[in-house]
Each structure stands twice: as structure tokens, then as C-alpha cells.
Design a protein around this ligand. Sequence first.
Ligand SMILES: [Zn+2]
Length: 80
Amino acid sequence: MKVPISECAMIDLDAPVLPAYEAVVKGVKRWMVWCKHCKPWHRHGAVDGHREAHRDNQSSPYWTTGYNLVYAGEWKPEAT
Ligand SMILES: [Zn+2]
């Protein structure tokens, strides 16, 4: 079930929630999300809410549900 959280964002209650870490890439804020299914960092706009898993391969469970992003702090790549 999809629930709006602002005028331009929503969350999907059927989708998993993933922590997003904020990074500045070329002067633009990005949220980095570690995907345990396909292993790269996925990069998204810095906004809470649901994302389609457009970069995932189709064996990932995120492919059908997408996921919800929740801000989890600054991105520290060396900590991964
Ligand atoms: Zn993925």
C-alpha cells in the first residue's frame, strides 16, 4: 500500500526500509543505499520515500517492491 508523505514523495508499506547515507557528489546531495542483493551502492536523490529498484537485476526481491529510504546519517565509505 502506498502512502503519501509529502506532495512529491510517498512510502510503500509493502516494501522494505533501507538506511540511506548522505554524500555530496559533484556538489549535489545524494543518498547512498547499500543493496544486499546486487552489492553496489545505489545512488538516489536526497529525499525520504519510496524508490523503484530500477538498477536491480530481476532476481532481487527489490525488483518488484522497490524500497523506502530513511536518512541514516553521513556516508562514510571507509566504514563499509
Ligand atoms: Zn540492488
